[in-house]
Design a protein around this ligand. Sequence first.
Ligand SMILES: Cc1ncc(COP(=O)(O)O)c(C=O)c1O
Length: 499
Amino acid sequence: MVITTTIAADSNELLHSTFASRYVRTPVPRFKMPERSMPKEAAYQMINDELMLDGNPRLNLASFVTTWMEPECNDLIMTSINKNYVDMDEYPVTTELQNRCVNMIAHLFHAPVGDDETAIGVGTVGSSEAIMLAGLAFKRKWQNKRKAEGKTYDKPNIVTGANVQVCWEKFARYFEVELKEVKLTEGYYVMDPVKAVEMVDENTICVAAILGSTLTGEFEDVKLLNELLTKKNEETGWDTPIHVDAASGGFIAPFVYPDLVWDFRLPLVKSINVSGHKYGLVYAGVGWVIWRTEEDLPEELIFHINYLGSDQPTFTLNFSKGSSQIIAQYYQFLRLGFEGYKRIIENCMDNTRVLKEGLEKTGRFGIVSKDVGVPLVAFSLKDSSKYTVFDMSESLRRFGWIIPTYTMPADAKHIAVLRVVVREDFSRSLAERLSSNIEQVLEEMESLPIRTSTKSATVSGELENAEGKKVDKKTEREIQEEIIQYWRRLVDGKRIGVC
Ligand SMILES: Cc1ncc(COP(=O)(O)O)c(C=O)c1O
């Protein structure tokens, strides 16, 4: 059946049905629900055609989030796609699988859970939700204590490094907690534990340390933080705790740095979050938060519902959510075991090293990431007078690579870096191919007839020349565009498909 509809509207507001014209002849409105239905094949075709313009997830080196899983797990995901996780009474096995995951992660992080005890934790949509929940538990615990002592409890704060991920800023703003950030300095892009402990006061609900900084993958020194904070707590009589944001490092450190002490082995660490969808190796939509003991999660934050069946405790921000990601996480734990995760993470580390060595060989880059940390390479240009990392990122797009470029936070914002996250599906041959594409781009940039840029981008996106003077943005952009066009002509016909 071919459907024809009459749509009199601005053509910008219409979606043309070029490839779906076997089924639909007329465009459909872009922003309004179509008046009439269309055949399922047509809807599929139109959406699929549009999605073709998205980047290839496997070449998206910007993201920590899993882009490949085994077909067996894909099947399990599809089988459970219609189960609402919150219907625990109706889907008791799914609930049981979440509980197994919580316990496995708690043991991996050395939570003090006895053989006949159950770990305290919950599956979330990602680390962001996990961090909100952990933050709320700290805030409520601190408030209860202050109330009991007859003290004020309206100015809670959290001490973090300025390198924290945006979800901490969201937590602070949404839940009215001040974020006291330890400034970064050039060459030191993580929270300095000494400065962090100096910033702690009686209103500090926790110090948040990051295992795997989003910017550089570096692990913060949680052990030293625990030592310094223990001393300060003894001196002041406070009991300021630590939360570890192990969004990406939580599934790295246990497998490749088992002797690194960062988790519940440290007495002040009361909660830890980790993203299942990063190195937990599950597609987007799963995270975890684990508390040290029952006392660290105030009972009044837990809601008990019974209208879906028996009594069900819940502590999440959302009510309904899919079950598939929880099931997929359990699949990975069961399928890979400790041995499998270790092998995969070791591969990622090896591929990171190959890429890093390739970059070092060019002599043009300073490596900002550290060898011990999350498998990623963050690197800056030693000399940005002729072209910048922003130019490089744009040029690498033509090979299919999606590589983010960003400036460091306040106090180090003049440092701009490219970051390549090495995931399980970033193979050795891709690492080698990327190195060689980067070399090619460098050569081409060097041989350009005129300078692409004598400027560097500041965090505000403004352009400055080498002396830091503001320059005309438009002119700069135009020059940039000209160069890119020239350069595209130069390399036309040499395009290499990467898949
Ligand atoms: C250190 C850190 N914390 C939290 C998050 C947020 O994680 P999610 O995307 O799982 O919500 C990220 C994401 O990259 C991160 O790197």
